[in-house]
Design a protein around this ligand. Structure first.
Ligand SMILES: C[S@@+](CC[C@H](N)C(=O)[O-])C[C@H]1O[C@@H](n2cnc3c(N)ncnc32)[C@H](O)[C@@H]1O
Length: 244
C-alpha cells in the first residue's frame, strides 16, 4: 500500500501540501459537486447512499457525526426527531453549498478527520461517505473516530473500492476517458476529477481497509460490495468494554 499521506493523484507531495491541495479541490468543485455526482455516477450514488442510510439506521443513535459530510447528503438522510446530526468537514465551501439546500436541522462544524474538534465518547454513530479517501493520515483519522464514538458505537463508511476483475477494463476506461471530460465540461475543473480517479486507484481495497479498521481496534468489522465493488460499505464497532 503506498504512503497515502504523500500522494496527490500521481504526484508525490509532502503531507501538508496534500492536505492543502485537497482543500483547494473541494473549494473549487463545491458549487457543482452535487450535479457532478449525479452525472458521473448516473445517479447510482443515490442508491449507494440509501443502502448506507439503511445500515446506519440500524444503530439506535441519538448523536451522529457525518465526517467529511460535504454538502450534507448523508446528514440530511439521517436527520430525525430526537437525533442530533453534526457534519464535520474542512471545506467551508462544501458546507455552505449544503446549508443553501436548507438542511436546517444539521449542525455544521469545520474540522478535519485527523483532529476532530469533539470531546471523547460523544457520538453513537459516525458515518463517512466518500470522504475517508481524502484524509491525509488515515490511521490517525480512524483512531479519532474511535475516540469520539461511545463504547458500542458504530462506524459506517462508504467508499470507492476495487471492482470485480471482469468490470475493471470498462470501469477504468470510463474513469479515464469520461470523468475528467465531464469534470471539465460541468465544473470547469478537469484536474479535480483527475485527482478523484487517481485517489481511488491508490486507496486501500476492501480487504485492506477492513484490516485497518481491525488494527485501529474496531470490532464486528465487515464490508459489503456495492455495484460489483465499485463502492464498498464498511462498518465496525468501538468495543463496548473500551475504557473511556
Ligand atoms: C467526495 S466529498 C464527499 C461529501 C459527502 N460525504 C458525500 O458523500 O457527498 C469528500 C469530502 O471530504 C472532505 N475532506 C477532505 N479532506 C478531509 C479531511 N482531512 N478530513 C475530513 N474531511 C475531509 C472534503 O472537504 C469533501 O467535502
Amino acid at each position: 500500500m503506498p504512503d497515502l499521506s504523500r500522494t496527490f493523484g500521481k504526484q508525490r507531495v509532502a503531507p501538508d501540501d496534500r492536505t492543502r491541495l485537497i482543500r483547494s479541490v473541494f473549494s473549487r468543485v463545491a458549487p457543482r459537486y452535487d450535479l457532478m455526482n449525479d452525472l458521473m455516477s448516473m445517479g447510482v450514488h443515490r442508491y449507494w447512499k440509501r443502502v448506507m442510510r439503511r445500515l446506519a439506521g440500524q444503530q439506535a443513535a441519538v448523536d451522529v457525526l457525518d465526517l467529511a459530510g460535504g454538502t450534507g447528503d448523508i446528514a440530511l438522510a439521517l436527520a430525525a426527531p430526537g437525533r442530533c446530526v453534526t457534519v464535520c468537514d474542512p471545506s467551508l465551501e462544501m458546507m455552505q453549498t449544503g446549508r443553501a439546500r436548507g438542511t436546517s436541522s444539521v449542525i455544521w462544524l469545520a474540522g478535519s478527520g485527523e483532529a476532530l474538534p469533539l470531546t471523547d465518547a460523544c457520538m453513537d454513530l459516525v458515518t463517512v461517505a466518500f470522504g475517508i479517501r481524502n484524509v491525509t493520515r488515515l490511521e490517525q483519522t480512524l483512531g479519532e473516530i474511535r475516540r469520539v464514538l461511545r463504547p458500542g458505537g458504530r462506524l459506517v463508511c462508504l467508499e470507492f473500492s476495487r471492482p470485480a476483475a471482469w468490470l475493471r477494463p470498462f470501469y477504468n476506461a470510463y474513469s479515464r476517458l469520461v470523468i475528467p471530460r465531464l469534470g471539465a465540461w460541468v465544473s470547469g475543473n478537469p484536474d479535480a476529477y483527475h485527482y478523484l480517479i487517481d485517489s481511488i486507484r491508490v486507496f486501500p481495497d476492501q480487504q485492506q481497509l477492513a484490516r485497518l479498521f481491525e488494527q485501529t481496534g474496531f470490532e464486528q468489522v465487515g464490508f459489503r460490495n456495492l455495484s460489483f465493488g465499485i463502492a464498498c460499505l464498511h462498518s465496525g464497532t468501538r468495543p463496548a468494554q473500551d475504557a473511556i
